[in-house]
Design a protein around this ligand. Structure first.
Ligand SMILES: NC(=O)c1ccc[n+]([C@@H]2O[C@H](COP(=O)([O-])OP(=O)(O)OC[C@H]3O[C@@H](n4cnc5c(N)ncnc54)[C@H](OP(=O)(O)O)[C@@H]3O)[C@@H](O)[C@H]2O)c1
Length: 232
């Protein structure tokens, strides 16, 4: 299958890329930093020789770069799976965070997925098949300390996912929103996870892979994934 994974250089995106590379799929990966992305792609190519891995530097908070990335993917193949994972977390409170915080979070966490989907999904529609995953967060479902603009952007991502699911079901394209709680990635730099208090990126990757194994009749619309002991 042809699988587009955004923000695949590190963290959850890298774990998802690793899972699908191990199954020998064709991957289209992007991130803003080419060095880390290249290192990830080299690692996967060496370990999983049957996988076909393409990579491109792209900052998906920039609409033009998103369009360029989408066109580059489409020149090679129409995606069977699109995983909108790229995003970032900046803690803050609405009244204290710097001016521009909401714009940054919306650009990075919502417009990235919104525009990439707008550019790729029409081709998937013509093919009448596909599966789109949107990595939201539990911050898309409830307010919490230091949520601020990040939480607002993820609530919007949830709204995007629900509307996309509604629009695409008749076109035989599945849409799944994933709502992870804390996952041990660079976003949790400095956190001591020696007791496995929070989840691993592979947990999210394994859930996404499992979703792709269902019959054509079934779509997991929403998946909430939490650490066993609950949120921190
Ligand atoms: N970790 C958690 O606890 C957690 C919980 C719930 C949801 N999430 C969500 O899961 C997703 C991945 O999080 P993570 O923890 O794996 O983050 P991470 O470790 O910081 O990795 C983020 C990845 O996305 C890329 N990226 C970020 N902004 C980008 C942009 N504008 N354009 C292209 N690539 C971009 C990064 O590479 P470059 O820096 O090179 O661009 C990196 O590869 C995010 O959407 C996040 O909100 C994470």
């Amino acid at each position: 299958m042809n699988i587009v994974i955004t923000g695949a250089a590190r963290g959850i995106g890298k774990a998802i890329a690793t899972k699908f590379a191990a199954e020998g799929h064709t991957l289209f990966l992007c991130s803003r930093s080419i060095d880390t992305l290249q290192a990830t792609a080299d690692e996967l190519k060496k370990k999983y020789t049957s996988a076909d891995i393409h990579l491109m530097k792209a900052d998906l908070s920039d609409k033009k770069q998103t369009e360029k990335f989408a066109n580059w993917c489409l020149q090679i193949a129409i995606p069977d799976i699109l995983i909108n994972n790229a995003g970032g977390f900046t803690p803050g409170n609405i009244l204290d965070e710097p001016d521009g915080s909401l714009e940054n979070m919306i650009n990075n966490n919502l417009y990235s997925a919104y525009y990439l989907t707008k550019y790729l999904a029409p081709q998937m529609k013509i093919k009448r098949s596909g599966h789109i995953f949107n990595i939201c967060s539990i911050a898309a479902l409830q307010a919490y300390n230091d949520g601020g603009s990040y939480s607002i952007s993820k609530f919007a991502m949830n709204g995007f996912s629900q509307n996309l699911r509604h629009e695409l079901k008749e076109h035989n394209i599945k849409v799944t929103a994933i709502f992870p709680g804390a996952v041990f990635t660079d976003s949790w730099e400095g956190f001591d996870n020696s007791s496995n208090r929070i989840m691993e990126a592979t947990d999210v990757a394994n859930v996404i892979f499992a979703c792709t194994q269902l019959s054509p009749a079934a779509v997991p619309e929403e998946i909430i994934l939490r650490p066993q002991l609950g949120d921190l």
